[in-house]
Ligand binder design. Structure first.
Ligand SMILES: *Cc1c(COP(=O)(O)O)cnc(C)c1O
Length: 373
């Protein structure tokens, strides 16, 4: 059996090697390394896939920062988000002197608890920043309805959900990240569509806002060497864009492979009472950026798996409201009990496009063995 990896980026590369190698060489030959050639091609293809405007940028963290800048949020404005997320979501709020206001997570789908959002709204609230965690959408349509009622912006942190569909009441679908005012994505190597380095993208349906975003990502420039606003330097490299353009062709195949692995996990693990498999919501497909279970025996199970050569990861081990850097916000342990509990119970199992049945059988047998001895 091949060694089991948390995510097999090299194995996946080998399935597309000729195309990716050729695409990289094309960029070198063209010398169009920045903001031209492949970057434009890739933006166009991703835009067709998502059916919205796409602006490429340096990484997912920048994407969120640029989104907040484009909406002209001011220091002291409050932005509602979740403490159970990757730090980037909250870090950019702090950098822009916006005030993160946390709302606890839902215990079953791990996303922001939509039933608790309205209580957190104050006259200073300007935006809601839901995170679509692990590959499944937060209930963004309901969030949009709340936003409309209170005249707020919605920025979707869609860094973990490329390829996920939000399913509307009438059964029609929209790509995750394209429902709010702005969506933010990351091409970090292990994400659903991963580069061979850093990369990010910002989505937006409004063309005027899209050109503001494009300008902010490029130093606030409008015409060459004329600056209408303060911006940043955040670019996707052409070599990364060329790689992403190849990989985008296979995104549905790759999501499918993740979903098949998830189904296998489900079928073997759903009978174990001491463990919960990830809940699927009717308003979203699941692209399984992570396959995350919860169990109160998490730490023991993790060591058991590791002893048997199976990696497993804790996303995330500590909620943001009690991280040292964010103590200034004044939150305490106990403020968000669900997020706190999740940090003690979640475990993400190996999940990638190259997992085979032999490996899945081995992993699930070891989990069953742990609980059934
Ligand atoms: C990966 C990620 C980011 C940041 O993306 P980078 O490209 O690493 O800057 C932000 N939010 C979430 C939820 C992420 O998973």
């Amino acid at each position: 059996m091949q060694p089991i990896l948390m995510s097999d980026l090299y194995g996946q590369y080998l399935t597309m090697k000729d195309e990716i190698d050729a695409a990289i060489h094309d960029v070198i030959k063209s010398t169009k390394f920045i903001k031209s050639g492949k970057v434009i091609d890739f933006e166009k293809k991703l835009s067709d896939y998502l059916n919205t405007h796409v602006i490429a940028c340096g990484n997912g963290t920048d994407a969120i920062q640029i989104a907040l800048m484009a909406l002209e949020l001011k220091p002291g404005d409050e932005v509602i988000t979740t403490p159970f997320t990757f730090i980037a979501t909250v870090e950019v709020l702090a950098l822009l002197q916006l005030k993160p206001v946390f709302v606890d997570a839902d215990p079953w789908n791990y996303n922001i608890d939509i039933g608790k959002i309205e209580k957190a709204i104050t006259p200073k609230t300007k935006a809601i920043l839901p995170v679509h965690l692990f590959g499944q959408c937060a209930d963004v349509k309901t969030i949009m309805a709340i936003a409309k009622k209170y005249n707020l912006y919605v920025i979707e942190d869609a860094c973990q959900v490329l390829g996920t569909d939000y399913i509307l009441k009438d059964g029609s679908r929209k790509k995750a990240g394209t429902i709010g005012h702005i969506g933010c994505n990351s091409f970090f190597p292990s994400k659903n569509l991963g580069a061979f380095g850093d990369g990010g993208a910002i989505y937006c349906n409004d063309s005027k806002l899209a050109s503001t975003i494009r300008s902010i990502a490029n130093h606030g420039m409008t015409d060459r060497y004329y600056y209408e606003r303060i911006g940043v330097n955040s670019r996707l490299d052409s070599i990364q864009a060329a790689i992403l353009e190849v990989k985008l062709k296979y995104i549905n195949k790759h999501i499918n492979a993740r979903q098949k692995a998830a189904e296998y996990y489900d079928s073997k693990l759903n009978k174990i009472e001491e463990l919960q498999i990830p809940k699927r919501e009717e308003y979203s497909t699941h692209s399984f950026h992570q396959y995350t279970i919860t169990t109160k025996y998490r730490n023991e199970l993790k060591s058991h798996l590791e002893k048997n050569g199976i990696p497993a990861m804790i996303y995330y081990p500590k909620p943001i409201h009690i991280q040292k850097a964010y103590e200034y916000l004044g939150y305490k342990k106990g403020n968000f009990p669900i997020s706190e509990l999740l940090t003690e119970t979640v475990l993400s199992l190996p999940m990638h496009t190259e997992l085979n049945e032999e490996q899945l059988e081995y992993i699930t047998n070891k989990i069953i063995g742990y609980f059934r001895g």
